[in-house]
Design a protein around this ligand. Sequence first.
Ligand SMILES: CC(C)(COP(=O)(O)OP(=O)(O)OC[C@H]1O[C@@H](n2cnc3c(N)ncnc32)[C@H](O)[C@@H]1OP(=O)(O)O)[C@@H](O)C(=O)NCCC(=O)NCCS
Length: 192
Amino acid sequence: MWESRPSLRARYPAIQSSCYALIRRLKHTDDRSAFHSGDVDLDRFFYCFAGQNQFRHHIGTTYVAVSSERIHGFVTVSPGELAATSVKQPTRANLPGYPLPILRLSRLAVDQRDRGKGVGRLLLRTALGLALDLRDRLGCTGIVVDAKPSALGFFEVLGFLRLDSETAGLTDRPVPVPLFLPVQAIADALGP
Ligand SMILES: CC(C)(COP(=O)(O)OP(=O)(O)OC[C@H]1O[C@@H](n2cnc3c(N)ncnc32)[C@H](O)[C@@H]1OP(=O)(O)O)[C@@H](O)C(=O)NCCC(=O)NCCS
């Protein structure tokens, strides 16, 4: 099960209260070239694909953490679905067996200069708010992220649970770990 309401809520301070950055949707006019997460794939996605995915293909929306200086981080989300069987008990109890609507957190990165200052948590909090909005408007059972092994601690400290996964095999790259944050935990974390 997820953490109790007060302890999880304490990990998600009110938006803007702990950080210098404002969160908003990516604009056509944003200069993305000065952003450097240190992860080649994430940076390439941000420079080359985040804009066209949002403005032309409508397959994902990117939110950026900005100050007057520059972009400090981004998160990309899209609606998705999750096989009910991949959710472990007891979280799975009472859920139907057909595919569950979710919000997929497909990319998250913070500029190397801004790590450890709460920007990642602020971006994640924005995604949590979007999941609640989706729950109310269309239906949403939680957030799913395929986490890089190096970022597992970040998500798990913020309440994410491991999903049953069949991803394995021979690969040179670290295998992402699918994680889930149930919508009830999100509601508890953000409060009424
Ligand atoms: C993972 C990432 C987004 C975290 O962003 P950040 O702004 O540095 O994180 P925050 O400052 O908001 O940290 C929030 C909490 O998570 C912890 N944390 C941050 N990164 C962590 C990590 N890699 N492992 C374990 N804990 C981590 C922080 O210590 C903090 O906990 P605290 O409040 O108890 O001190 C950032 O390190 C990053 O961009 N990494 C490279 C790209 C990446 O791995 N993205 C995730 C793809 S799935």
